[in-house]
Design a binder for this molecule. Structure first.
Ligand code: NAD
Length: 283
């Protein structure tokens, strides 16, 4: 591992992100000099494509790596020298590592982060039929993770049917057409009724997107509910699911495990994700 580490987070509205604290606290415990800076594209007057000039600048300034978030996870790809297998499959990058040779390699730790959180938080949850709400960036990472760890079948729902169909097509090519389908118009109640679990991967429940992503009446004991939103940690959906007797998983675990996986890529050191989970609840 390195003696010191300089990293950053590029995206829109990243100022309040918890990532700097999560990374720096873990680095402190490793006795590592570690600076994690947020680099917000909005005050810089940059759009999603502006990530390219920032990645080049960071490389020239000696950064060891970057996390990349909304709305740059796809646009950054054209500015990198290579991709990990996960990043290539997802067509999205949330972590960039600058090698000593100056090459910038893109990785994606969202899927691995969800998989580890799911295994830890809902260890024996049945994965025969899973409904996934939201087919954007987080939804794609979750879908790949669930099918990779052996979920039998995913049913995708998105208010933008083209997004659900697009992700379903990609997943069918990789995992087989029998393992993925989209919810037909008005078919969400029937899909949830036969499901073992529900994963929520839309922004609903965040301060800017209040409310529930589906009618609370569809929640019932026996259905597990996993949330991807982690601010707030207890979303209206999680509160409704707990009230309905569902086993639940909050989005904090995914946030921590994706950060832990990025920390390992940046530093070459093994993070203690359990300690990082404790940090998240303190922050
Ligand atoms: P995105 O914009 O790429 O995708 C969101 C998708 O949800 C869109 O396709 C949209 O059409 C769909 N949608 C919106 N409302 C819906 C509804 N009521 N029903 C069905 N579909 C609906 O966003 P994203 O990058 O995938 O992020 C989604 C959420 O996941 C955000 O809140 C983000 O903060 C969170 N996230 C969490 C982690 C983590 O580590 N826990 C990681 C990544 C993203």
């Amino acid at each position: 591992g390195r003696e010191s580490c300089l990293v950053g987070l590029i995206g829109s509205g990243v100022g309040p992100s918890l990532s700097p604290a999560l990374h720096q606290r873990e680095a402190d415990r490793h006795g590592l000099r570690y600076l994690y800076r947020t680099i917000d594209i909005d005050p810089l007057g940059l759009g999603p494509d502006g990530v390219g000039e920032l990645v080049r600048a960071a490389a020239r300034l000696g950064f060891d790596g970057l996390n990349i978030t909304h709305p740059c996870k796809q646009t950054v790809i054209g500015h990198l020298d290579g991709l990990s297998e996960d990043a290539a499959l997802l067509g999205a990058v949330n972590t960039v590592v600058f090698g000593e040779d100056g090459r910038a390699i893109g990785h994606n730790t969202d899927g691995s982060g969800f998989a580890r959180s799911f295994a830890r938080g809902l260890p024996d949850a049945p994965t025969g039929e899973i409904v996934l709400l939201g087919a954007g960036g987080a939804g794609a990472a979750v879908a790949h993770a669930l099918l990779t760890v052996g979920a039998d079948r995913l049913t995708l729902a998105d208010t933008d049917p083209a997004r659900a169909a697009g992700l379903a097509g990609t997943l069918a090519t990789r995992f087989g057409a029998t393992r993925v389908r989209t919810v037909p118009d008005g078919g969400l109640p029937a899909a949830v009724e036969v499901a073992d679990g529900l994963v929520h991967a839309t922004p609903t429940g965040m301060a800017a997107h209040p409310g529930l992503p589906l009618p609370a009446g569809l929640l019932r004991p026996g259905l597990w509910v996993a949330e991807v939103v982690y601010r707030p940690l207890v979303t209206p959906l999680l509160a409704a699911a707990r009230a309905a007797g569902c086993r639940t998983l909050d989005g904090g675990g995914m946030a921590v495990f994706q950060a832990a996986d990025a920390f390992r890529l940046f530093t070459g050191r093994e993070p203690d994700a359990e300690r990082m989970l404790t940090d998240l609840t303190d922050l």
